[in-house]
Design a binder for this molecule. Sequence first.
Ligand code: AMP
Ligand code: GLY
Length: 425
Amino acid sequence: MNVLVIGAGGREHALAWKIKQSSKCDNLFVAPGNAGTSAVAENLAIGVNDFEELGKAVLEHEVQLVVVGPEEPLVKGIRNYFASNESLKDVLMVGPDEVGAQLEGSKDFSKAFMVRNNIPTAGSLTVTADSLAEGIKFLSKVEAPYVLKADGLAAGKGVIITEDIKEAEDSLKVMLDGQFGAASSKVLIEEYLHGIELSVFVLTDGKSYMTLPEAKDYKRIGEGDTGPNTGGMGAVSPVSFADEAFMKKVEDKVIKPTVDGLQSDGIDFIGFLFIGLMNVKGEPYVIEYNVRMGDPETEVVMPRIESDFLSHLEAAAKKELHNEQLTIKTETATTVVAVAQGYPGSYEKGRVMSGLDADFKGIVFHAGTTQKGEEIVTNGGRVIASTGLGSDIQSALDQSYGNLQSISWDGMNFRKDIGQDLLAL
Ligand code: AMP
Ligand code: GLY
């Protein structure tokens, strides 16, 4: 089949890399892709939210399956656009419709979904400008640290956590006053969960589901989990504390009630569910849902999948996932993300990269890169994700960090401590 992956990051390179290995894959396209995806697929210079041009490309290239990488086109209704267009409505798609995407697009929607379906999560109150006084009262009742979340998509910047109640009150006012535009016209005040985080990934056709390998993400820019949040600076899979007993609880208390809840709510959800969990003394609590794969988690999840992933994607899109059997490699995968100087603040693009044709171990996935004439140059904050594989975390890390020694550009930066917390457990 002909397949189109939408997106331009390390996640999409990893998805394309895995899909390409399938005997079912004829022509593979990525829109818009990066300098890495062009090695496994044909890049199409179309933005992820340009539904009209994406639709035209699907028809022109006779694409049968579309896999949507990032959340934005999903929240904006790419599935609905295809479904309402006579010539596109039969194209298979992995990615939920506008309503399903609200699980990520509105934290208020997803919190209400969790509460309604008895899915363990932090207690919370949703506040608007009209109910500010109630919000201030709620803050005085919960214990520090205080967690404030903009309801809508805010490019990963919409969550504020502070120990200081005065700062929490002020932040609440500023957010409701339009700090994140319409995204913060509602704000959730949440109880703080103490524990260790885990990313769980589920592929579902709305009825059946398969649980993909779990991963741990490293969100902060600085070593020892310090400094501002980023999209993710590294990832490890598997995660030792996600043992059989814990994952059974995740399945019984979170995954099954989530898929059942989607059905009872009449949400026809075909796509990925990325469940951000906190392990609180051995019990799973949902921090958030995303309706896509994680980045950089995909760069460790894909290399651990043994079975034909394109076959699973096709089956999910056709609502035949119950026929599929996922098999997972026992190997450990680690990925280390190298970023541009200044990221996650402002950074420059266009730095010439060298060493990308070295003889790597594992896989070097491209994220923010682009071809410029003969050269590959940086084109984003997160630039590459170096994935290593091995029999344990250390041997995988040796590959991840070994690869990075060959690669360079002006201002390249990466965390040196990915996986160290897991090694110390
Ligand atoms: P979110 O966008 O909801 O994933 O929040 C971003 C990050 O803030 C999460 O990955 C957690 O590290 C942290 N966080 C969010 N909610 C909570 C909470 N209730 N308790 C503790 N940490 C949280
Ligand atoms: N790495 C976290 C995310 O993709 O949202």
